[in-house]
Design a protein around this ligand. Structure first.
Ligand SMILES: N[C@@H](CCC(=O)N[C@@H](CS)C(=O)NCC(=O)O)C(=O)O
Length: 219
């Protein structure tokens, strides 16, 4: 197996898709090298294309293997490091974890558009559109259901931190950034994610980044 894992990501302040595999790697204690490509600059597209023809980050390089798309990276890691707890071990929990992770990967576009990630900011609450409110309702229903059914072994969706939590990490930070009022179960889950050492490390690193993208800095 090739040794060097190299994760190519974008600004930690703003890049929600980058956060996902980064959190999973850190949470599982897997060492990796990272390259950050700043978004929204004249050379951004060229720099990303040097790693992936898809023109998006995150990208994982592992020896001569390249994986892109956040969810594909999480699955590649689970397959490559089977001794780590990427997905829940219980079959039913794992099936649900994959389902809710994929629902996140392919959905919630109204929320993502209305509330771009900015882990450095907290904005005052404002009334969501019906479409955003529907996304928030579905996400928090998922969180309550997972916590209730599978969450006994710890504070995360399936007890211990898993790839499902990595996928919802940027949703948790968005709810904080946009001061979204949550039910008690969802708030407790969010607090657990925000207090995870990997998330803390990501946010500290984001706070030290020099780049500012104005369109994400104002409501
Ligand atoms: N479906 C992709 C989405 C990746 C994505 O949209 N990445 C953004 C950064 S968060 C990007 O690379 N944007 C490049 C650009 O805007 O130039 C995934 O899951 O990895």
């Amino acid at each position: 197996m090739p040794a060097d894992l190299h994760l190519i990501i974008a600004n930690k302040a703003y890049s929600s898709w980058s956060m996902r595999p980064w959190l999973a790697l850190k949470a599982n204690g897997v060492a990796f090298r990272e390259t950050v490509i700043a978004l929204d600059l004249p050379d951004t597209a060229g720099k990303i294309k040097a790693y992936s023809a898809a023109g998006k980050v995150p990208v994982l390089q592992h020896g001569d293997i390249t994986v892109w798309e956040s969810l594909a990276i999480l699955d590649y890691l689970a397959e490559t490091f089977p001794d780590k707890a990427w997905w829940p071990s219980d079959r039913q929990a794992r099936a649900t974890a994959r389902s809710v992770a994929t629902e996140m990967h392919g959905g919630f576009s109204s929320l993502r558009q209305a509330m771009p990630m900015n882990v450095r900011k907290v904005f005052p609450a404002s009334a969501p559109t019906d479409a955003v409110a529907a996304d928030i309702a579905r996400i928090t229903a998922i969180w309550r259901e997972c916590r209730e059914t599978f969450g006994r072994g710890g504070p995360f969706l399936f007890g211990a931190f898993s790839n499902a939590d990595a996928m919802y990490g940027p949703v948790v930070t968005r709810f904080k950034t946009y001061s979204v009022a949550l039910d008690p179960v969802s708030q407790a889950y969010s607090d657990a994610v925000l207090n995870h050492p990997a998330m803390r490390e990501w946010c500290i690193s984001a706070a030290g980044e020099p780049w500012i993208i104005t369109k994400y800095e104002n409501r």
